[in-house]
Design a protein around this ligand. Sequence first.
Ligand code: 13P
Length: 294
Amino acid sequence: MKPRCIQPGNGTRMQYCLAMLALIWYVFKTTIPSNGFGNRFASMIIAGNWKMNLTRQEAVALTTAVIPAASDNLGIILFPPSILIDTVRDHLASGNGNGGEGIALGGQDSHAAASGPHTGDIAAPMLREAGCTWVLLGHSERRADHGETSAMVAAKAVQAIAHDLAPMICVGESLDDRQSGRAGDVVEHQLRDSLTGVEPGACFAIAYEPIWAIGTGKTAGSDDIAQMHGHIRSVLTSINADHAGVPILYGGSVKPGNAGDIFDQQHVDGALVGGASLDADQFLSIIRSARSRA
Ligand code: 13P
């Protein structure tokens, strides 16, 4: 006798489909970290690191000016000082018009612990709760001002990823390193040590910022940028083939006048902009340059 084939009736089939959809959505939400761009990397990312600048009023004016630049084919990230994150988030929510998919928000640092006795620090879950999807880690100013080592950056990155924040990990050589021909080795060590414990498939980005180009008006030459970004791509791939497509941004005196040339270099997936991100006209001009190449 043939076994009885149990065919779900219409109502049961509908419930079955809804349950499957809910399951797929749950798995998607819990296994793929978000980056504020609908869980995919935009083809170009322009990030503004406001550092320790701007009053609340200035932050509101700058955010208002940047909102119309949001678009599907470009990722924009704002990294305000932590005390301004709520204000910027509320402005983005009220005026973005595309559900916040085009402009993401990030913190400038987060601690390696999820909570605890660390006066003055900020934890990854706090940033996430405030609406951030990104966090800058290992910026050379933090490495210099706070003695951050790459091992500390790695611990912070693991904690950030555990709380659904995409770290943008900064690396870059000093002038001394470059002049003595050690730039490639220094950056490779920073990369390997800062990514210890970061699992394949994690959502993160790298910002290459030569220290001597930050805030100095000096930019690395196009060939040097192309060479270093190619080097970073091959180091990432050798750490894990899964890291091969990680976005690599350039930072260090990016301005409207040099942005196009920088974006034309191979393996440059965008820019981490400091000073020029504080000026709406300059930041928007850099965004336009990127968009024309996205
Ligand atoms: P500047 O663009 O002011 O050189 O700063 C670069 C930077 O440090 C971004 O994180």
